[in-house]
Design a protein around this ligand. Structure first.
Ligand code: AP5
Length: 213
């Protein structure tokens, strides 16, 4: 089952995708994670993406669609598209990538959130430097302070684009370029809305109900 998790920065896409991987064996395909890996590795894609991401703007459609194409085969038990597609050309590219492999989207899950709460969510976010597990200073701290629940690591990090100014740019990009792709999926009856303002567990239960329906 291939699904898209759609929502603005901080809506909880990564949190839910990570959980779906663990619970269902699906594969999270996050273009943001792929781009951050390319930056860390110093590849040509990473060098091109770095400044764009630090400004909170969108990386080129061709680059991100190529990254998805490279990783799609690895999602043998279903892909969770996290942060992709973000523009109409990306939505069209995804259709072709899936059709070429005899696959099709089952659901586009829209996480509905109150944007005012998102700045606080994003500015409180940190992750385990070893395994990438996601946390929040107040909403989801590690069970034992300073120790990762998942791998026991003690190193944590914050993303360089998680500051208020960049977050506001990312939200503006979402409103201008990503929200307008919803009608493309609504016309095909694929969009399912989930209240993203509930607890992590409540959002997870709502997504599970859709996937099991
Ligand atoms: P990307 O990495 O995709 O970031 P994003 O879309 O801005 O989303 P986030 O990762 O910030 O948020 P999320 O929805 O995953 O929330 P999370 O679960 O972490 O993209 C970064 C950049 O890369 C872009 O700006 C762009 O430059 C580039 N890029 C990426 N893809 C691209 C593409 N396709 N095209 C062009 N450019 C692209 O949760 C946030 C926090 O809230 C966490 O601390 C979490 O613990 C907490 N939280 C989660 N759920 C809840 C809840 N229900 N209640 C309370 N707290 C919660």
């Amino acid at each position: 089952m291939d699904i898209i998790l759609l929502g603005p920065p901080g809506a909880g896409k990564g949190t839910q995708a990570h959980r779906l991987e663990a619970d269902r064996g699906m594969k999270q395909l996050s273009t943001g994670d792929m781009l951050r890996a390319a930056i860390k590795a110093g590849t040509p894609v990473g060098r091109e993406a770095k400044a764009v991401m630090e400004r909170g703007e969108l990386v080129s459609d061709a680059i991100v669609s190529a990254l998805i194409g490279e990783h799609l085969e690895s999602a043998t038990r279903g892909a969770i598209f996290d942060g992709y597609p973000r523009t109409q050309p990306q939505a069209e590219a995804l259709e072709l990538l899936l059709a070429d492999r005899g696959r099709e989207l089952a659901h586009v899950i829209e996480l509905k959130v109150d944007e005012d709460a998102l700045v606080e969510r994003i500015c409180g976010r940190f992750s385990c430097a070893d395994c990438g597990a996601l946390y929040h200073e107040t909403a989801k701290p590690p069970e034992v302070a300073g120790t990762c629940d998942e791998c026991g690591g003690h190193d944590f990090k914050k993303r360089p684009d998680d500051n208020e100014e960049t977050v506001r740019n990312r939200m503006a990009e979402y409103r201008a370029k990503t929200a307008p792709i919803l009608p493309f999926y609504e016309r095909r009856g694929l969009v399912r809305e989930v209240d993203g303002m509930g607890s992590v567990e409540a959002v997870a239960a709502a997504i599970d109900a859709i996937l099991d329906s």
